[in-house]
Each structure stands twice: as structure tokens, then as C-alpha cells.
Design a binder for this molecule. Structure first.
Ligand code: ZN
Length: 261
């Protein structure tokens, strides 16, 4: 995570910064913009969010898709059963912060993730709601420090992946599988997909322009769902490589197979 952000919050977001000339804005306007930004998105960098029309597809602003690129820091998903083992009988996930995608949240709870030879990550955020399989999503740097060779996988595709031990205040769970590096992807609804001329399962390309460290990411999987809002998820290593916090422009485009022989 970048230093400007709270470590405990697993997602943060880049959005195009305002092009306003700060010299012409008075202090109260700036304060209002900051308040709007905080209300809109917790720790977002964005200055004010025009609200979408009720007739727009989810996440659209001003009749157009509104691209976000968010860093998904290490986190885990748990089954109901594992929540009770780790946090005590009768425990449920307690939402702490809503994520941008409706219905998903960062829970108050964290777990310790333990790898071989007692290497561990002491506080890994749990995201809700619960799922059918528990899963730990790490960046490559995390997996190196844990000593687990986590493969790049799309969420839910955990056959043949390594496991780990999860430790909570009430107990521990041995996961036989489920430790992955989450493959980069873009959530979008069907109107977004039409806008870009793509379908669920297609690959796109994301260009992030940053001073001296611009990066083009290929292999951005389209995950289209009618309720989704347009948002790319990359991990902390990917976000740090292009200094997402300081990015000046992000561009998402349809993957071009002509460049691959
Ligand atoms: Zn995602």
C-alpha cells in the first residue's frame, strides 16, 4: 500500500484528478471537495464525485463509464464455517467498510496467515460476504515473504494451489489449498462492456501513465455482471510498479490480438 493510505483498508482507488487550477480555489471550496471525496470513497484521492443519474447503468457518471483502477491489497475470503472456527462459535463477519462493488465489504476481522517454517503475515483483512471456499489473495512480494509459491489465478480457481494456516483469536484452520496471486481483472456491467466492445471473459489492456514509470498491463480479464461497476483490480506489486497514486492518466482498451503472433 502507499504511504498516504491506511494499511488496514484493503482497497484504494485511483481516479482522474481534477484539472482545476488550485490557485483560484478558496479554502472553503477545497474543504468541501475534501469532505465530498471522503464521503464518496473513504480514502479516495478523487476530488468530488458528481452523482450518477438514476437512469445510468451502475457506476456511470454524466452518461459515461467512470473508470476506476483500484489496488487490492492482500486479503482473504472465508467460509461461514471457518469464520466460526477462527472467531468463535456464532461469529459472523462484521462489515467495516463497503467496497466500491455493491454488496462487498472489508470486514472488521483480520487473520494471521502462516506459511512454512513459521513465516507469517500477522494481519490479513477478511473481505465479505463469506464464500463457498476460503481463499487467500497475495501479491508476489507477500508470497515471497511467506515462503509460499502462490500461482497467478483468477478468483475461485484454486484447484492445485498451495495452502497455508489461518489463525484467528478463537482457533486456527489448515487450508489445503487456496493461496493465490489474484490475476488482474476488470469488473464491469453490460453497458460498460458494450461501450468497450468486449464480453465477459475477454482480455483487455490497461495503460497507466505515471512520471518515469508508466506501465501497460495486458491480460486484464473482463468480468461482466449486470450489477458491477467499472473497476480494474490490480495487486499492490502492480500498483506500486506504476506508482498508481501519482498516475496522471489511465486508459482501458480492448486487447489487440494483432500484436501477438
Ligand atoms: Zn475484483
Amino acid at each position: 500500500m502507499h504511504c498516504r493510505h491506511v494499511r488496514a483498508v484493503p482497497l484504494h482507488t485511483y481516479r482522474k484528478k481534477s484539472k482545476m487550477n488550485h490557485a483560484t480555489i478558496d479554502r472553503s471550496t477545497i474543504e468541501q471537495l475534501v469532505r465530498n471525496a471522503i464521503r464518496a470513497n473513504g480514502n479516495s484521492l478523487q476530488s468530488g464525485t458528481p452523482s450518477g443519474s438514476p437512469h445510468d447503468p451502475p457506476g456511470w457518471v454524466g452518461g459515461k463509464p467512470n473508470l476506476r483502477v483500484s489496488i487490492s491489497a492482500r486479503h482473504c475470503h472465508l467460509t461461514d464455517e471457518h469464520v466460526e472456527i477462527l472467531f468463535g462459535r456464532g461469529s459472523v463477519l462484521e462489515p467495516e467498510k463497503d467496497l466500491y462493488q455493491d454488496g462487498f465489504y472489508a470486514a472488521k476481522q483480520t487473520v494471521m496467515v502462516v506459511g512454512p517454517r513459521r513465516r507469517m503475515l500477522p494481519s490479513v483483512r477478511v473481505l465479505g460476504p463469506t464464500r463457498a471456499d476460503s481463499q487467500v489473495e497475495l501479491a508476489l512480494t507477500d508470497s515471497i515473504s511467506l515462503g509460499i509459491d502462490a500461482p497467478v489465478r483468477h478468483s475461485g480457481k484454486i484447484d492445485g494451489t498451495p495452502g497455508c494456516v489461518l489463525v484467528g483469536p478463537a482457533g486456527s484452520v489448515q487450508l489445503e489449498r487456496g493461496v493465490i496471486r489474484a490475476a488482474r481483472h476488470v469488473h464491469m456491467n453490460h453497458s460498460d462492456a458494450d461501450h468497450y466492445g468486449v464480453s465477459n471473459g475477454d482480455m483487455m489492456q490497461l495503460k497507466i501513465s505515471s512520471s518515469d514509470c508508466s506501465v501497460v498491463f495486458d491480460d486484464v480479464l473482463v468480468r461482466a455482471d449486470k450489477a458491477a461497476k467499472l473497476e480494474v483490480h490490480i495487486d499492490t506489486d502492480e500498483g506500486n510498479a506504476c506508482h498508481l497514486d501519482a498516475a496522471t492518466e489511465v486508459l482501458l482498451r480492448k486487447g489487440d490480438c494483432s500484436c501477438k503472433n
